[in-house]
Design a protein around this ligand. Sequence first.
Ligand SMILES: Nc1nc2c(ncn2[C@@H]2O[C@H](COP(=O)(O)OP(=O)(O)OP(=O)(O)O)[C@@H](O)[C@H]2O)c(=O)[nH]1
Ligand SMILES: [Mg+2]
Length: 451
Amino acid sequence: MMSAGLDSDCIAALASGGGTAAVALIRLSGSRAEEIADAACGGAAGRAVERRATRAKVMDAAGRTIDDVLLTVFRDSRSFTGEPVVEIACHGGRLITRRILGRLLECGARAAGPGEFTQRAFLNGKLDLTQAEAVMDLISAQSDLALRAAHEQLEGGIGRRCGALREELIGVVAHLEAWIDFPEEDIDPDTGVLFLDRIARTREGIARLLATAEQGRILREGVRTVICGRPNAGKSSLLNLLLGCERAIVSDEAGTTRDTIEETIVIDGVPLRLVDTAGLRDEAGGIEREGIRRTLQEASRADLLLVVRDATLTPKESEVALPEGVGRMVSVLNKSDLGEHPEWSGQPGVRLSCSTGEGIDRLRTAIREVLDLGESDWGEHAVAINSRHRDCLRRADAALETAAVLLEGGAAPELAALELRGALESLGEISGRVDAEEILGAIFSRFCIGK
Ligand SMILES: Nc1nc2c(ncn2[C@@H]2O[C@H](COP(=O)(O)OP(=O)(O)OP(=O)(O)O)[C@@H](O)[C@H]2O)c(=O)[nH]1
Ligand SMILES: [Mg+2]
């Protein structure tokens, strides 16, 4: 385990949102938490029964009451941070919370930095790194699925999977190193096929986790969905229809939308970040041209394009020049209430009227299909790694690949062992644990060397 290496200082911060509310929560964490709370509350923390809300008054230096509060004391390491914590539930006014925090600082606390409580929880071994990250995901989740994935991660889902891969690998390294270090012990070299099999198995596990990276990005950031098409096709109308409110300006003047407008919606538990853009046409000048430049830039970064066309025009008249290499796309034939130009007959595309809303369900279905959002894909356990996990896993996988090549090519086993250790380190980074003792432990417990 990593050593704590903590400052012994006591940190304080507002744990609830900053606005006006019925109640707010201020948290103190550190070995002196109780002492500091006592100084501010006339000894009420010391008298409090652990984990039981206790009424108290926070007083200023002159003994005047700042607020009537409820204190909850968590002693020793029995807290979220793994060190003494006092939580103060006070009235949720901006001035009140500021004055209470000010008083706690006067009494010896320090204002906490971002994420410092969770960081302490990690350093004190209460959470691994993936769980600490999940706390943030949980708070910022924008859809049910994202919430489920964050819960799974907070429960240790990703940590456990990486832990299992590490275990497997520690076994391989232990075996290989025992064979290198103690040749006289007659250890079965276990090289060749068996060794390579074990490496291949670990790599399969890594690949399975890596495959959730895209899902993870989508859950955390949303599917970047760009609405594009020619001016007046009804792009802003579509944004408003999907949002269910009049967010973007709609007018019959071509070139109404100049800047990109972003809003989030949720389809089947998956957040979509909708981007309305300026209409694409060649003859534009000035500001509109800049708008078009931005549209093309957005389109090239999109996970999904909704291409909107005016069904009353011919396919040629509503054609849009899109950047190369655009991925997933749904074609929308809008203004179907006005009737469709005969040339569209037999052409694919979701028929929609943004004016009447007719066809919106068809569009949602088409989006679901093109994003492949079937239940099976998101599974029971919504494990979804983030980009940091992905980088660690990729490094681990590259090291394993090299190790396999070295072993296959008959290189010195020391070289392969070095690569395997590198892979272990990368896997360990995911949950924030790197430990050479573990490998030694595995050698001696599994092989009984030294008798
Ligand atoms: N009849 C009918 N009119 C529509 C429909 N959708 C949009 N319109 C009208 O088409 C005009 C253009 O709509 P917008 O949503 O502003 O079009 P846009 O693609 O955002 O246009 P720019 O921002 O100028 O590129 C407006 O007058 C809308 O009321 C539809 O389904 N049926
Ligand atoms: Mg518009």
